[in-house]
Design a protein around this ligand. Sequence first.
Ligand code: PMP
Length: 432
Amino acid sequence: ITNSDTFSLERSHQLYQEAQQLLPGGVNSPVRAFRGVGGEPVFIERAEGPYLYDVDGHRYLDYVQSWGPMILGHTHPAVLEAVVAAGQRGFSFGAPTEAESNLARLVIDCVPSVEMIRFVNSGTEATMSALRLARAYTGRNKIIKFSGCYHGHADMLLVQAGSGVATMGLPDSPGVPTQTTQNTLTADYNNAAEVEQLFASYPDDIAAVIVEPIAANMGLVPPEPGFLERLRELTQKYHAILIFDEVMTGFRVALGGMQERVKITPDLTCFGKIIGGGLPVGAYGGRREIMDMVAPVGPMYQAGTLSGNPLAMAAGIATLNELRKAGQYEELERKGQRLEEGFNKALQDNKVDATFKRIGAMFCLYFSREAVVDYTSAKRSDTQRFARYFWSMLTSGIYLPPSQFESCFISLALDDDMIEETIQAAATSVNA
Ligand code: PMP
């Protein structure tokens, strides 16, 4: 299958027309509708390794990876085998299984700040539950989040959220009562002074600070040196809980997540995406003393019919076991470096004012000449130019997130020739 000159998405178009009659916007998650790039979505038929195959017969190198989970590439044989084997033993029991302890042990081994963990079904559930736990533990109500950080769609967190909200330019969502968000304080990413002021104003009321240790729902904004360290100091000083939302960065930028890279120990960590290997899994975990608040040991209620689902646990275990093999993150870093060099050369050769940002196997190309350090600066990017770049890449067989405000992901299935192919496509697309 090759992407011909007469690139047509006719079948996708037909399916999209039908889907729009049945599903709001034809999708089950807004950013999939391609509104951020002014077009219609591509409908996917199947995926294998580094590739996605659409319903019109095109093949793409996949840099979305289902928004992060597919770090090994699609239908990885070990993961597939584990899921099939688990399925043969039953799909769901709503009763304890050994697999839950096995995945828990893997996460706990890889992420030292996590002494105990509770599995849920999505990143949204993970952050919502971690905040309930922080509030239960501290007996306080207020939380601090950062503008442009997305932590899922729980009411209290739909304040200055990035991701699809950024893409769609939506205000804080209707349907969220102000009572629900009045305890949500916001600060600018990379601005610890603002956090300090909030703590000074409410020294006894702040239960938690929740942060993406790399902000990846407004493109890719790394923490500036000292920012996360200062959050750790302030939360300790004011006896508040520091929550790292590593739904995206967990097992992505290192086996131990971003906390391993920056050597900071949060009180609680949220996971999602990779720990489910492409099946619906989220988790929150941390210090045992805090986790002991969770029911049935403690009074903080949180539950789930399908939580710890055996198929999902099997996919997670198989995925983490692959990632634990020697050299995997070095290999991701090497691939990332190659891409970075290629993209930067393409930008220079074409004299394009854009900035390539990368940490490990995550990257983003901002069509902006100024430094992107927070939501305000991220939003100054030229989204029209991004859209032209996006469509040019797509027709060259490179599938990127359909929004300037999302991160791209590199998978282990991507080989050097594919990286070269991507750089070639970028060379003709950055000026599209
Ligand atoms: N936190 C972060 C950092 C995320 O990136 C996301 C989703 N992209 C979520 C939470 C929510 O996860 P989910 O979509 O699985 O609910």
